[in-house]
Design a protein around this ligand. Structure first.
Ligand SMILES: Cc1cc2nc3c(=O)[nH]c(=O)nc-3n(C[C@H](O)[C@H](O)[C@H](O)COP(=O)(O)O)c2cc1C
Length: 162
C-alpha cells in the first residue's frame, strides 16, 4: 500500500508549468483558479485535459458552464499563480490583473503566455476529482520572449535563475 503523503511527495518531483483555469460564475463574472494537473490529449481534434477537485468553487462553475479557459502562466505572473491557488475568501494582497473575453465570454487572463478556450467534451469522475477533456475552440498566444512559471518540489521554480 502506497502512503498518500509519500505519493504526493513523489509526484512533486515532476516539474510542471502552471496554468490558471478560468470560467464564469452564475452571474457571468470571471472566476479563476491555479492548476497544474494539465496536459494535451491529442492533436486531432485538438484536445487537452485538466483535473479539478470537487471541493473547489471552480468545479461547480465548470459543471454549470461546460466551458473553460486554460491560461499558461509566465514567470512574471507568479503572484497571480499564488493568488488564484487560494479560495476567494482567503486570497491575500491586491495583484493587478484583467481579463479579455474570448468566444462565449470565456475569460482570457491578460499577460498569459497562451490561452486555450475549450468546450468540455468529456468528464471522468475519479475519487475527489473530475478529469475534464476540453476541445480547443480558440487559442491566443503571446509571442513575447518570456520564461514559463514552473512548480517543482512543492515550490515555485525558476530554473532560468537557479
Ligand atoms: C501549483 C498549484 C497547482 C494546483 N493545481 C490544481 C489542479 O490541477 N486542480 C485542482 O483542482 N486544484 C489545484 N490547485 C489548488 C487550487 O488552486 C485551490 O484549491 C484553489 O483555492 C481553488 O480555487 P476555487 O475554490 O476558487 O476554485 C493547485 C494549487 C497550486 C498551488
Amino acid at each position: 500500500m502506497v502512503d498518500s503523503l509519500a505519493f504526493r511527495n513523489a509526484m512533486s518531483k515532476f516539474a510542471t508549468g502552471v496554468t490558471v483555469i478560468t470560467t464564469l460564475d452564475a452571474e457571468g463574472n470571471p472566476h479563476a483558479m491555479t492548476a497544474n494537473a494539465f496536459t494535451s490529449v491529442c492533436l486531432e481534434p485538438p484536445t487537452l485535459l485538466v483535473c479539478v477537485a470537487h471541493n473547489t468553487i471552480t468545479y461547480g462553475y465548470v459543471e454549470e458552464q461546460q466551458r473553460i479557459g486554460v491560461n499558461v502562466l509566465c514567470e512574471e505572473q507568479e503572484e497571480l499563480g499564488r493568488y488564484f491557488a487560494r479560495r476567494p475568501e482567503q486570497r491575500e494582497g491586491n495583484p493587478q490583473y484583467s481579463y479579455t473575453a474570448g468566444q462565449h465570454n470565456v475569460p482570457a487572463l491578460d499577460g498569459s503566455m497562451v490561452f486555450f478556450n475549450c468546450d468540455i467534451v468529456g468528464a471522468h469522475v475519479y475519487g475527489d476529482h473530475t478529469i475534464y477533456v476540453g476541445e480547443v475552440k480558440e487559442m491566443r498566444q503571446d509571442d513575447q520572449e518570456v520564461n514559463p512559471l514552473m512548480f517543482y518540489d512543492s515550490q515555485w521554480y525558476h530554473p532560468a535563475h537557479e
